[in-house]
Design a protein around this ligand. Sequence first.
Ligand SMILES: Cc1cc2nc3c(=O)[nH]c(=O)nc-3n(C[C@H](O)[C@H](O)[C@H](O)COP(=O)(O)O)c2cc1C
Ligand code: SF4
Length: 488
Amino acid sequence: MPPARWPTREEAARARWFSPIRIGRTLTAAERTWVPAMVPWRATADGFVTPEVLEWYARFAEGQPGILVVEATGIRDIASGPLLRIGDDRFIPGLRALADTVRERSGGRTRLFIQILDFVAVRRRPEPRRFFGRYLDITDSLRGQIALWRDDPRWREAEEDEVRDYLLAADRVTLETVLTDRELEALDYGYRERVWDMHLPHIRELPRVLPSLFAEAARRAREAGFDGVELHYAHAYTMASFLSRLNTRSDGYGGPRESRVRLPLEVLAAVRARVGDDYVVGIRYLGDEVIAGGSDLDDAMWFGVRFAEAGADYLSVSKGGRFEDARQPKVGEAVYPYTGTSGYECMPTVLSDARGPFGRNVPLAAAIRRAIREAGCSTPVVTSGGITTFDQAEQILERGDADCVAAARQTLADPDWFRKIRLGYGREVRRCEFTNYCEGLDQRHKQVTCKLWDRQFDPADPAVMLASDGKRRLSAPPWSPPADTPAG
Ligand SMILES: Cc1cc2nc3c(=O)[nH]c(=O)nc-3n(C[C@H](O)[C@H](O)[C@H](O)COP(=O)(O)O)c2cc1C
Ligand code: SF4
């Protein structure tokens, strides 16, 4: 863990991190402290805000960060488990309650954005019996492969049930020989769509439907009282996949980077047209995909300039978090994009290489910011990843590597940490241990909590809400500054 030196209240008052910043045409954040999106799995099964969602954001608001970004929220009106949704006007009242709660609990100090996302289908890894018995399409091409492998042309005419039974009993070498790579992947990892699956009509039409889906979601965010929207172009989801070098779409939305950035720019333009010039529209995207054949920093610098020139109000740079290198899930579970090397780079832990996990992604934001400035744009750039001390953040800003410094897990461990530092109580910060207990819960879609919250846990205390499994405390223990602390 990097040693922490905490500033006095006077030093904090002079610090860059606690200085205001203009974002977009009309918004000013009181400070450059930032909480990036974190999904806590607390919405209802049909995507509505719950009291637990309100409490989660209220707790972050009490720490009074400059910017708080609400978790990835689905733009479509489709079943997506306990993930927040913004795909219909019926979600607006709950989201409005969320915006009001943050305003009230931060004393009006925190600006609130909401991250909006689209994703394509990812299914759980199937039982082989179900996969061969039901899911797998028995095609003529598959029959042909079996005929070749068995050197027996009768397989070309085989009944479907006979093929299914054969495959269920087949050894691994046979399966690897007769199944396509995608069929084998569906068996081993679960069926997963790509945005370049042009044989699927709903994938083909993504460029036609996404601009208005994003624009309508952004309009609802504005109506609900959010200060801005963040377009989720990062990690494993639809828009990041359009930007990926792996995107081979042949309809002018894949291949060279000018084509890969086309839909992300069309979405940005549609959102801007719907919400107006005076509303914050930011983008979170990847400084590097960290997968074989994926987009790298060179692409990200180029995309950053395009986004800035097209009027994005800020760029929040993340890294990795892709499906391509994810670990094989257990049967019945879905592949999780934060388990491979790219996942490690997204949420680095203390089990690291010589470089260590702290501030590991800053060079990406710095290079993107430089490229944007050289192109004449002043768009703020946000960095995140292993930020855990005041000095780290201050040095990043001093060097001009970013304009805002975000902390996800450190803020989860101690939602009050920004306020503690600002008021001169940095020594009371509960420091994140970066071992990803929280991320393990996220992986299983369980209510996200921090292992450190339970230290002062008294199960008999009626003020303590418990997670649904009854084992853990649902929110961070409270903190208030000592009574003689001057207001601020
Ligand atoms: C529980 C959890 C949920 C997350 N959910 C999101 C999300 O919804 N959208 C997103 O862009 N990043 C998400 N992230 C990634 C964080 O925003 C951040 O980029 C990452 O944790 C690295 O920053 P840190 O080292 O400060 O934690 C999540 C991280 C955690 C730990
Ligand atoms: S669970 Fe661990 S990694 Fe997550 S916020 Fe808490 S201390 Fe940090």
